[in-house]
Structures are given as structure tokens and as C-alpha cells.
Design a protein around this ligand. Structure first.
Ligand code: HEM
Length: 505
């Protein structure tokens, strides 16, 4: 569909608000999903709201997803939408600080490092890190609990934040980063992370201490990576095997230029930030659901026993990457968790050239068409299409069986939807559909689609499997609500889980 000259163009309807400039920031900030659903009832799938002076055009549903993630680079720009947030954190010359075609090349360099060969090496490393954590962490010392009737308790989010950074640094980031984690690196990471918040997104320059700390941490972190790259180049370190630093050091741009040490440093910081919160919250929500539904946790445990059990004393053989991809229940619990809790609720682009809204998505009249003017932002929200009752049976229910049993009740609505659209639904490991019009897009779609999906499944899957082999889980209290005040949707406190060592006779 293409409009050459829109007939009767007009702007999408604007959501009513009392507060000038601030607009609907409070409603959006507190609960974007409910805010969008309420606006949809009143205005339909496309509407504009004001966010601290910015005009945000929300496009809902699968067609809205397509409008934003399938947009043309000449009309919709991710770098214009995100750079003021990301460049002070990642550093110069990477990701959104470069033209789109350079980002595409940089994504290709990282993908080179996310190879099957490296993935094979990562599974064992992650298993080892998790086992060490469970033995050593005071809140999670499984083997010290001799009495099998003794229940312990851990904070799900804190635990997953720690395990995620331990495992990501051991694998993607490399040994030098892993070995520095309990030293200065952790503090720098913390300060940098303090600059990656919705406040930083809304107000790029404020004279606040946290902004100064962010800038200092960025410089120190960048120097840390540059030093370690130079040590590797000088041959002093042999720790270069399976990590992304090593992959990036071997790559060059189309014009033959190799990546500078600074660019590698900044890409590594970008990967650290892109993977940490997304994976740690997904792991957290997954384990919270398993604790809430012991029967699913038990099925998951039995899947482990069936594939890896050695028959006595709860002994298991190590997981391999190839086998990890053949575990339907493990895959489904992560996939279903990402449906209800996609870490990124808003995918945003800045409009750099007037863009017409396809009439099939929304139009003011039979002959008219909406046009989103240059300078506005467009926003899609997979978090809305992923719970749309038109596409999902029992849309708000966490039911992993919708992915393991394509003939079952829970799967039917999505299957019918996909059949009608001629969309291929892949019930294998990871990706469901890569289409920009898919209602299921926890990893985005189109040219800005995530490259970390397979690693995330590998990481979260191995962590969950390693934990579930050792302990039984129960939820303490109510299932936590969403906290939308963070960049990535996190669970509100309290989010404690009680656990006890498995009983093996
Ligand atoms: C992009 C989600 C893990 C690296 C994205 C996008 C989403 C997403 C929704 C698209 C953003 C947009 O279009 O504006 C997730 C989720 C993850 C995850 C749910 C885990 C559960 C990771 C990991 C890495 C990573 C582990 C790195 C190893 C990236 C990169 C992009 C991206 C490089 C591309 C940005 C672009 O092209 O503009 N991710 N991500 N992600 N993600 Fe992830």
C-alpha cells in the first residue's frame, strides 16, 4: 500500500489532557498498557498523546506494529528517537550515534560473534556460574541446606540481576570483565545504569549528580575496555576465545576499515546494557510464574529428568546447546512469559518526513487519510497486541501449553489468526514469527529487530533449568504487579520466592 499524495490529509486524533506540555505523561508513565487500552476505546487504533511537549502517535494492533517496525528509514528514525538516551551511556560512534547503515554493519559484526560455536561453549559456562551462585550466595545456599524440609527465601529480581550479569560477562563479555565484576566494574556499571532511566529519556540534560556519575562511569568503562583490547592485541592475554570482543576484533566495515578499539569498547557497553535488564527481568518473571504454578515447574523438572537424568540422587549430565533447543516446555515457559511481560513496552521512532497512516490501520473518513507530520514520534506497543483477546484465548492467562500443544485450546486463536494471515508460526526454539505485522513481537521486528534473541533463550533457559534441577519453588504472597517506572518493565516488590532443596529418594 502506498499513497503518493494523501487525499484530505489530517492528523490522528489527540488524547484530551488537562496539563499543557506535560500532557498524558502521568497516565502513560504509570501504566502505559491500560492508558493505551482506554485511549483505544475512545479513539481507535491510532491516536496522539502529548509527552512533555512531544507529540507521540500511538499505532496499536498488528497493523500498528507494522506501521512502526516496518517503516521506511527515510520517514522513521530510531536514532533520532533514542540517541540522546543511549549515546551518553554507550559512547560515541556506535548504535544510534551513527547513520542507520553503519548500525546495520555493526549488528552484523556482533552476529558474527553470536555463532553456534560460541553458543555451544556458553551453555556449560552458564551452568557453572549458576551452580556456584547457588552454593555461594548467602540468600541461595542450596547445598548448605541439609534438612530437605527447610524452606529458604530469595528475592527473585535481585537474584536474576546478579545471575544475569555473572553469566553475560562470563560468556559474551569475556573473562577480563567477569574477573573484574566484584571490583570496580560493578560500581561503574551501577553508575552507568543510573543514567539509563525514563528521566534520562525525557530530559537529556539535567544538572543532576546522577548525570555526572553516568558521564564519569562511561569514560572509565570505555577506558577499561580499550585497555583490555590493547592487552589482547599486545598478546599479553590469551582470554580471547569465545567472546564478542574477540569477534569484533576480527571484523571490518565494507570499505575495509577495521573497528577502532574505542568502537569495540562502546559496542560492548551497548550489549551489556541491551542484554542485562531485558534478560534479567524475563528470567525473573519466568521464575515467578513457575513458583506460582508448581505443576508447570514439575513438568519442566520432569523434562530435565527425561533428557538429562542419570537415574540416581538427582544427578544430571550437563546440558548441551543442541539439546537445549529440543526442550518444548522450557522453550514455552520463556516464550509465554515474554508474551505477558515483554521488557520493552514501547517501540519509538521519530518522524523525519511526513508519513501517511495506511487507511487499513486507521483513517478519518472514507476518502481521507491521516498523515503524521515530521517532528512527531510514532510508537507501537507489542505489549498490547500480545494480550489482544482477538488473537489469544485467555489472553491474560500465563499458559505455556498454548505453545507446546498447537492443537490445544489455548493455541487456537493465535493459530487461526496466523493461518488467515498466511503467517508461518514456528513452534521451534526461539523465534515465533519475524514479520513486522506479527502480534507477537517481544524482540521487535524489521531492521531494528533484536539480535540477542537466541542468546537470551540460551541464557535464560540454562539458568532456569539449572535452578529447577535443584529446588522446588513456591510464590510468597500475591503475584507481583508491573512496575512501569523503570526503562524496562520490572516486577514490583515484594517479589520473594521460597524454595527448598529437591528430595531425591
Ligand atoms: C533490539 C528486546 C536481549 C541486543 C531490541 C528490540 C527489542 C529487544 C524489542 C527492538 C527495539 C526497537 O525496535 O526500538 C529484547 C529482549 C531481550 C533482548 C526482550 C531479552 C529477553 C538482548 C541481548 C542483546 C540485545 C541479550 C545483546 C546480546 C539488541 C540489539 C538491538 C536490539 C543490538 C538492535 C537495536 C537496533 O537495531 O536499533 N531488543 N532484547 N538484546 N537488541 Fe534486544
Amino acid at each position: 500500500w502506498q499513497v503518493i499524495k494523501p487525499k484530505d490529509p489530517s492528523k490522528p486524533p489527540e488524547v484530551f489532557h488537562w496539563l499543557p506540555i506535560i500532557g498524558s505523561a502521568i497516565q502513560y508513565g504509570n501504566d502505559p498498557i491500560n492508558f493505551f487500552l482506554k485511549c483505544r476505546e475512545k479513539y481507535g487504533d491510532v491516536f496522539t498523546f502529548v509527552l512533555f511537549g512531544r507529540k507521540m502517535v500511538v499505532a496499536l494492533g498488528p497493523k500498528g506494529n507494522n506501521f512502526v517496525t516496518g517503516g521506511k528509514v527515510s520517514q522513521l528514525s530510531a536514532e533520532e528517537a533514542y540517541t540522546h538516551l543511549t549515546t551518553p551511556v554507550f559512547g560515541k560512534d556506535v548504535v544510534y550515534d551513527v547513520p542507520n547503515e553503519v548500525l546495520m554493519e555493526q549488528k552484523k559484526f556482533v552476529k558474527f560473534g553470536l555463532s553456534i560455536d560460541n553458543f555451544r561453549a556458553y551453555v556449560g559456562m552458564i551452568e557453572e556460574e549458576v551452580e556456584n551462585y547457588m552454593n555461594a550466595d548467602p540468600g541461595f545456599r542450596v547445598w548448605q541446606m541439609n534438612d530437605i524440609n527447610e524452606w529458604g527465601s530469595f528475592h527473585a529480581f535481585k537474584t536474576f540481576a546478579e545471575i544475569t550479569i555473572l553469566t553475560a560477562s562470563r560468556t559474551l563479555q569475556g573473562k577480563e570483565v567477569r574477573n573484574s565484576l566484584d571490583k570496580t566494574f560493578a560500581q561503574r556499571y551501577h553508575d552507568l545504569d543510573g543514567g539509563f532511566t525514563p528521566i534520562n529519556f525525557l530530559f537529556p540534560n539535567l544538572p543532576l549528580e546522577s548525570y555526572k556519575k553516568r558521564d564519569r562511569a562511561q569514560k572509565e568503562m570505555s577506558d577499561f575496555y580499550v585497555d583490555l583490547i590493547q592487552e589482547r592485541r599486545a598478546g599479553k592475554s590469551t582470554d580471547a576465545e569465545h567472546d564478542i570482543i574477540s569477534a569484533l576484533m576480527s571484523q571490518h566495515y565494507k570499505d575495509g576499515r577495521v573497528l577502532s578499539d574505542r568502537e569495540i569498547a562502546h559496542i560492548m557497553i551497548a550489549l551489556l546494557m541491551a542484554g542485562q535488564h531485558t534478560s534479567s527481568t524475563t528470567g525473573t518473571w519466568t521464575i515467578l510464574h513457575l513458583a506460582d504454578k508448581p505443576e508447570v515447574a514439575e513438568a519442566l523438572y520432569q523434562e530435565q529428568v527425561e533428557h538429562f537424568g542419570l537415574g540416581e540422587f538427582g544427578n544430571f549430565r550437563p546440558i548441551t546447546y543442541e539439546e537445549l533447543k529440543t526442550l518444548p516446555i522450557l522453550d514455552a515457559v520463556i516464550r509465554e512469559t515474554l508474551r505477558l511481560h515483554p521488557p520493552i513496552h514501547s517501540i519509538i521512532r521519530k518522524v523525519v518526513d511526513d508519513v501517511p497512516v495506511p487507511p487499513s490501520l486507521s483513517a478519518p473518513s472514507k476518502d481521507g487519510v491521516y498523515v503524521v507530520p515530521k517532528g512527531y514520534f510514532v510508537l507501537s506497543s507489542p505489549a498490547v497486541s500480545q494480550v489482544d483477546p482477538k488473537v489469544w484465548h485467555n489472553a491474560r492467562k500465563w499458559d505455556p501449553s498454548r505453545w507446546t500443544d498447537p492443537e490445544g485450546f489455548a493455541a487456537q486463536a493465535y493459530k487461526t489468526y496466523a493461518d488467515e494471515k498466511g503467517e508461518k508460526v514456528d513452534y521451534g526454539f526461539g523465534a515465533v514469527s519475524k514479520g513486522t505485522e506479527s502480534p507477537y513481537q517481544p524482540f521487535g521486528a524489521g531492521r531494528h529487530r533484536c539480535i540477542g534473541e537466541q542468546f537470551a533463550y540460551l541464557q535464560i533457559g540454562t539458568i532456569i533449568a539449572t535452578i529447577i534441577r535443584k529446588v522446588e519453588l513456591r510464590l510468597e504472597g500475591e503475584f507481583p504487579a508491573h512496575n512501569y517506572h523503570t526503562m524496562i518493565t520490572t516486577p514490583k516488590d515484594p517479589c520473594n520466592i521460597v524454595y527448598r532443596r529437591r528430595h531425591f529418594d
